[in-house]
Design a protein around this ligand. Sequence first.
Ligand code: GLN
Ligand code: ZN
Length: 774
Amino acid sequence: MAISTVPVATLGVPRIGRRRELKFALENYWAGKDTAESLLETAKRLRAENWRQQRDKGVTRIPSNDFSLYDHVLDTAVMIGAIPQRYGWTGGEVPLDTYFAMARGSQGDAGCGHPGHVHSTSALEMTKWFDTNYHYMVPELAPEQQFVLATAKPVDHFLEAKELGIHTRPVILGPVTFLRLAKSRGEEFDLLSLLPKLLPVYSELLGRLYKAGADWVQIDEPCLVLDLDDGERAALETAYRHFSEEVPALGIMLATYFGALGDNLDLALSLPVSGLHIDLVRAPEQLEQVARLAPKNLVLSLGLIDGRNVWRADLTAALDYLKPLVCGWPLDRIEIAPSCSLLHVPVDLELETALDAELKSWLAFATQKLDELVLLGRALSGGRGEVAEALQASADAIASRRKSLRVHDPLVEGRLAAVDDAMARRKSAFAERRRKQGEKLNLPSFPTTTIGSFPQTAEVRKARSAHAKGELSFADYEAFLRKQTEAAIRWQEEIGLDVLVHGEFERNDMVQYFGEHLSGFAFTQAGWVQSYGSRYVRPPIIFGDVSRPNPMTVRWWQYAQSLTDRPVKGMLTGPVTILNWSFVRNDIPRSETCRQIALAIRDEVVDLEKAGAVMIQIDEAALREGLPLRKADWKAYLDWAVGGFRLASSGVGDSTQIHTHMCYSEFNDIIDAIAAMDADVISIETSRSRMELLDAFSNYKYPNEIGPGVYDIHSPRVPHTGEMTDLIKLARKRLADSQIWINPDCGLKTRKWEEVRPALVNMVAAARELRALA
Ligand code: GLN
Ligand code: ZN
């Protein structure tokens, strides 16, 4: 093991364990099958493994406190004693179960399975960490908030590593980003007003870390890549001036990631810190400027290896890119790092036994990225000769990927080039389509429907896994799924729903199912990435041009429709959602991959119509999630995202009704884009906001039809008919009756039939009541 002279950092590594050890330890503990000691023992072992692995590979700035049992934002809140009263904490040690109550509520969670939607009455809220698919717990702060250093996990973990003979650089979430991510409890107030109370707790922590032997800390302030107001900018100045006065001897590596510093660059460079980490994957152009403007005694941490994606790096290109910098910049003032923590990539490519060698040679997961980082460090310190072989291997892999026919499909590229505006436009305007659809469909007013999935019962999951293991034959599995579908159709007819769904029993997941049927996608066996807490996802990897060799859903739709005279909706996932929940190519723009997926979905839409479908739903649950971090970039994203949806949905005739579904209800700031999607019917989540969020549509005079959710599917509670009629009354204040559909908030796959049956019976009753009155 050679130690390079150019330091190599990781900023943070996956916490979940190579074999998801943390998940199983947590879930066993929560289920009462294992003790707290055994959970903590597993956690400790995982930390030690991570530290040793990094040391053995030659990483020299090894992070500590990047580990978390659940979430690092929650850890920070707990550390500073920001524990809302309802958790009953009165000071002193914070019990493990208090921590988990904040994470999960004390009755456990009840979600629709969709990240961001897991809810329990008493847990903290959860939301997306910047533009990743990681979700953090939102700290709740009150105006009279007090802070104390309630736990000193960063110190404990620093000492734990020290005991193993490993000197680490603790990672701490910065105070300004913390406050920006938090929310007010009760009345709204300026959270930054809490900064003066918060800083002494932070400096106490930093002081203790210094005393314990830390010479550097990494303080993460990813808010520096966002649009900041004057108050936030001033807060950053105050905070870092405070630290430089209180703990002057401690080096601070200020970490920014997920984008360019942009207009915050001067501010970042003016802060009294010893080091600055910048993301050079998302924002390679900022290197030149930073190198020109930064004081020469600043240590620059260069985020060169992509912490957000799974591709092997082009190391030669990285070295060439750095050349102008390293000519003028002292080598001892440089660190090599990933763009951000490696938390967002899977752990180890070596666990993949089913991916072929060629595809594997193009990929790098966290473990492989450690090697890449160290290689770059060595190449910079010792010249390239010493590492020539490894650089050559990387160059070969890059070249093979660039030329591969698995990546470049001339048919797809040709088709894409032939796309014109007309293909992304329905034949007639909505008014005309509506007339034709009305004649053809002949639906009652306030038509009732559901969002697509029915309960994925233990039986369904068991059959799927038996089939995957080869214990249940294809024919038997299909027969099983048909039975489920048939029962669902019969039951929907029986309770009197107007527009039926087949139930999605054949689907494990709304993206994976499609990825498995499309060319250009690969799936991993062990490529897990933390989504939140103990929930991990295995995003598909889009490696090549996307096309649809065969119909994906037509057969299931046909079968379902053959059982009934009522219309059954075709059910698809939209291109933007498939894109946003996958690892995507880095050799072409996201927008282009989106268009390729859109063409593939368009093929399916057209085939469904040909098979006789009169309604086709294209879900775009993740359209809003894809919004860029900076407002200035929103328009470009929304343009191509909406364009993708339109391309996917516009191949059909006027009388075919296109539905879409979105898993949220904040539409105010994107209502133009939603209108531009021009779906004939959109269903959204509105039950928890009591229809208030429909205002975006009514203020805009949105003309198309809308299904505002009247049943909160995140809760096991069965709503009464009266509650639903009340909600619909609120909707009628904002929309014309002729616009309104009646449906639940989202799919029902995580609910139990015992809940779904009475709830939907009540929902149909609510619609009938309204029809009688209207
Ligand atoms: N059709 C999907 C379902 O019902 C939609 C889910 C979603 O948008 N999250 O499960
Ligand atoms: Zn939804």
